[in-house]
Design a binder for this molecule. Sequence first.
Ligand SMILES: Nc1nc2c(ncn2[C@@H]2O[C@H](COP(=O)(O)OP(=O)(O)OP(=O)(O)O)[C@@H](O)[C@H]2O)c(=O)[nH]1
Ligand SMILES: [Mg+2]
Length: 686
Amino acid sequence: MAANGNYATRATGPRCIALVGPFQSGKTTLLEAILARTGAVARQGGVEAGNTVGDASKEARDHRMSVELTVATTNFMGDPYTFLDCPGSVEFAHDMRAVLPAIDAAVVVCEMDEKKVAQLQLILRELEEQKIPRLLFLNKIDKADAGVHDVLNLLQGASRTKLILRQIPTFSGEIISGFVDLALERAFVYKEHAPSEVVALDGDVADREKTARFSMLETLADHDDELMEQLLEDIQPPRDKVFDDLTRELREGLVCPVLMGTATRANGVLRLLKALRHESPGIAETAKRLGVKPAGMDAVAYVLKTQNTTHGGKMSIVRMLAGQAGDGTTFVSGDDEAGRVAGVFKLVGQTTEKRGPAAVGETVGFAKVDKAKTGDTLSAGKHAHAPVAKIEPYPPVLAIAISAKERKDDVKLGQALNKLAEEDPSIIIVHNPETHEVVLWGQGEMHLRVATERLGDRYGVVLERRQPSVGYRETIRKGIVQRGRHKKQSGGHGQYGDVVLDIKPMPRGSGFSFEDKITGGVVPRNYIPSVEEGIVDGLKHGPLGFPVVDLHVSLIDGSYHTVDSSDMAFRTAGRIGVAEGLPQCQPVLLEPIHLVEIVCPTEATAKINALLSGRRGQILGFDTREGWDGWDVVRAKIPEAEIGDLIVEVRSATAGAGTFTFKFDHMAELTGRTADQIIAARRAAA
Ligand SMILES: Nc1nc2c(ncn2[C@@H]2O[C@H](COP(=O)(O)OP(=O)(O)OP(=O)(O)O)[C@@H](O)[C@H]2O)c(=O)[nH]1
Ligand SMILES: [Mg+2]
């Protein structure tokens, strides 16, 4: 039975609403329209003009796209609203995913564009899984034509819950000039940068309205038996009941309403805000969803994002889930101290304004909570609150190697990297001890580009970038017995070490092993560890230039000198033994092969297969992706060298929606032209 009336009273108090959606759908423009409409900015800026609140950072302006989360608080009809403008590019998805747990509702900004449906599906999926109330805002209506009538057909495939058309467009000639709100049963014409005007609902529009309204009610009735009866008996349900159902079914995530408009002209924005005001849940319900009990006065806050301002200060952007917190509040996160708040700030993009304590439901910046991390649940009480969510970043898919151009910047680079990782958990920093490279792993080309730009712009480190080196190895195909002898007589104390090594190839994956087979003390016991060390030294750079693996070396014979022998001399002898022996053992290059799993919309599967084959991949097969209608998983083994920029091609073959994960599988012998080129390149570099 429908919980009639339960929702008749709208939520009051602060709201936190995320603007999400596929790449370039108009989220930042919509934020700008909202801020202008609610008086937070005097004039609506534009993305093209580079003067929006959302894309104010240098990197966002340079690339004309959002590259991180922007937070802006405004006021609408007496309540504070904080909007979270999330980047649409999948490469920056972590900034979106990390905020979702703590929002009241998401406005999913989308377009009538078939190519963006797969991306829309990915985003709706996140929201569905986290049970977050969501509504679609069909943007760029100024560019739409009569095809807009098909909007539900186009978009429904992306949503697992029923879409409900809340508005239908009205036309003046070919151009959409207004809309009818199907719940209010009222027609409006758009006015540029001003509220829409009510006009008479009559003629052909009135007929279309009746049909569309009926189908909206039918969908609502799926979750309301009483409404179903009324529809069957041809009774007009009261308007309040319709609003109650819309509200309840939105809040319970049973339906996903679709509103429309043109963000650049602020058309449809006021209706959107009113829908949020009346229908979106407030903090009470959101806290309930997260299992935060309002009992007691202890503050609980969720960290949406961590920023380091140019002036060095750390800012944790949080949503207050319970209680109140201000200057001096001390937080814990799990078993750890998180730190003490040194200032509470209201945020409107890059503008920050010091303010008083933050109340439950508000979204604010806390300065200098030293150890707070994005995604943490902070609590001020004696007992830590259990984490309300845990959002792991997607595994990284692309890497670059970087170093400071000037040695003197090494320390600065290290500090800057720490800050970068703190701000963006979807970047992973790996120090490769073998090559002394710092490797940045990220979500794509633009992601890594922006990361390195920030290292330069914000932290002033001039960088060099390279392709990260591939983990080649080499091994031997046949064995040998080889003497290694080190003898020096240069006046005074000499050096003497002499060993005979039996070198044998071993199966793939066995690494290196050493065996002492000395009998009769021909090499004194105490020197034997040094012999092994010398061999290990020698294996670091084999005859082809790479670390040598999969071999067994036995020390079978040797000799010593009572005065001239030393650890050092035996270590050198061991090294000489392998250095002279290995070239005669038919050395061969080994390359790492990874197991990759690519997920993609089914229509792209053939293209993915082709591009894997083109990259020396061995395709193991493909399957439908479990729980994902219209998606496949392709499995293949491909060389590490070919994974390099695989993501770039996968994305271009899948309109940005495909991705992959990989893990090391085995080392494989590589011969022929490719191998020769790799070996030659290594020699040239050395
Ligand atoms: N014609 C038209 N263009 C729009 C509308 N809204 C946004 N745009 C344009 O679409 C482009 C992308 O707008 P943004 O607001 O940056 O889109 P976004 O969703 O924030 O983009 P990302 O954050 O990079 O995903 C810009 O060129 C906007 O001017 C609209 O309603 N109509
Ligand atoms: Mg944007």
